[in-house]
Design a binder for this molecule. Structure first.
Ligand code: PGA
Length: 253
């Protein structure tokens, strides 16, 4: 059985004390409340990784992710944080290729691929993000776009490597807009992604790959999204900044 995962991507929100407070609230709720078998991941800003990592140690269900990592191992890259650095402060996962990285900071599939390779070499689990823009969907190119994101950033990996990757489908038009993909749209793309993995790597790997949905997911729409056979959880942005709301989403798994 593949893992069910709900990950909170805090983006560039919370100062350090606020971040510790939010993480401790989530840990307390996750410890106290009855949750089904789900892996909870918190992705705070780099500056909070170590502190949040210390806090969540008490909760075996809660894991730590970085929101990004550098595309080089080390060296003269001012402002960058490497995969091994985030691993060394306790992160187990790293989000790679988020649409904000692609569209605001110009990351392309080749760069995303390098980051994935480096994070795998370091022993991290990459959470690879893919998704189409509104224009691409409106012109019927969404399958094609997802296909090239998979082909160019992921499909050079070995079977062993791809087995360690979590995929997040995040339609760009749904991120932070309040307009989530419908349950049908999500399932359709998730099925397409799983089928592409199956064609490339075979059924056993495609069956065990967790594919998360992200984009305006909240406690009201999570159930109808998560109940789809190919949706294995969510990557949550805005709604992960409120502990009650985030834990209510986790409960919808
Ligand atoms: P959102 O963001 O939930 O605020 O739409 C999701 C994401 O960017 O991961």
């Amino acid at each position: 059985m593949r893992k069910k995962i709900v990950a909170g991507n805090w983006k560039m929100n919370t100062d350090y004390p606020q971040g510790l407070w939010l993480a401790s609230e989530v840990v307390n709720m996750v410890n106290d409340e009855v949750l089904s078998n789900v892996t909870v991941i918190l992705a705070p800003p780099f500056s909070h990784l170590y502190g949040v990592g210390q806090l969540i140690k008490e909760s075996p269900k809660v894991h730590l992710a970085a929101q990004n990592c550098g595309s080089e191992k080390s060296g003269a890259f001012t402002g960058e944080v490497s995969a091994s650095m985030v691993k060394s402060v306790g992160a187990e996962y790293v989000i790679i290729g988020h649409s904000e990285r692609r569209h605001i900071y110009g990351e392309n599939n080749a760069m995303v691929e390098r980051k994935i390779k480096l994070s795998l070499e370091t022993g991290l689990y990459p959470i690879f993000c893919c998704g189409e823009t509104l224009n691409e969907r409106n012109s019927g190119k969404h399958f094609q776009v997802i296909n090239s994101q998979l082909e160019e950033a992921l499909f050079e990996l070995t079977e062993n490597e791809i087995s360690r990757v979590v995929i997040a489908y995040e339609p760009v038009w749904a991120i932070g807009t309040g307009v989530n993909a419908t349950s049908h749209q999500a399932q359709e793309i998730h099925h397409f992604i799983r089928n592409s993995i199956k064609e490339k790597y075979g059924e056993s790997i495609s069956d065990s790959t967790s594919i998360l949905y992200g984009g305006s997911c909240n406690s009201k729409n999570a159930k109808e999204l998560f109940c789809n056979p190919d949706v294995d959880g969510g990557l949550i942005g805005g709604a992960s900044l409120k502990s009650r709301e985030f834990v209510d989403i986790i409960k919808m798994i």
